[in-house]
Write a protein that binds this ligand. Structure first.
Ligand SMILES: Nc1nc2c([nH]c(=O)n2[C@H]2C[C@H](O)[C@@H](COP(=O)(O)OP(=O)(O)OP(=O)(O)O)O2)c(=O)[nH]1
Ligand SMILES: [Mg+2]
Length: 126
């Protein structure tokens, strides 16, 4: 399963959302995004998901990296993008709790296993 994920950046912070307890990886924090639909490119999925989940329109993004992770019941291929330009102010459009978190504070948030390496990189490179 391909998943498009946006690391929304501003100053020294990143925008994170709390996954609903009923979802996979529920109760953990995530970078907004979601599954690519059949025949949809990853970038198209990224633009669509960030509009749906956060209400922003991406104006600038750079591919960062792909991480494949096997959760046992599910194999995910996460395509992480750094989102550096957007119109609108991100919110939790689906009622999810959201926060801007300073890189130096990211470690105190619980992320899905597949995100751990990315979180460490964000903390050390900024
Ligand atoms: N969005 C997102 N998903 C992540 C992250 N880390 C991680 O392991 N995942 C996993 C959890 C899910 O198994 C999958 C993404 O699915 P999702 O639940 O966001 O997909 P979606 O928005 O299309 O949701 P839905 O329509 O199925 O409710 O990737 C992350 O940082 N962001
Ligand atoms: Mg999602």
């Amino acid at each position: 399963m391909k998943v498009a994920v946006g690391i929304i950046l501003r100053d020294n912070s990143v925008f994170v959302a709390l996954r609903n307890s009923k979802q996979d990886q529920g109760g953990l924090w995530e970078f907004p995004g979601g599954k690519c639909e059949a025949s949809e490119s990853v970038e198209t999925a990224l633009v669509r998901e960030l509009k749906e989940e956060c209400g922003i329109s991406i104006t600038g993004c750079d591919f960062f990296k792909t991480i494949s992770h096997d959760y046992g019941d599910k194999l995910v291929e996460l395509f992480f993008y750094k989102v550096t330009g957007f119109d609108g102010e991100p919110v939790g459009k689906e009622g999810q709790e959201v926060r801007w978190v300073a890189f130096s504070d990211l470690m105190s948030y619980g992320f899905p296993e597949a995100n751990k390496q990315i979180v460490v990189e964000l903390m050390t490179h900024y």
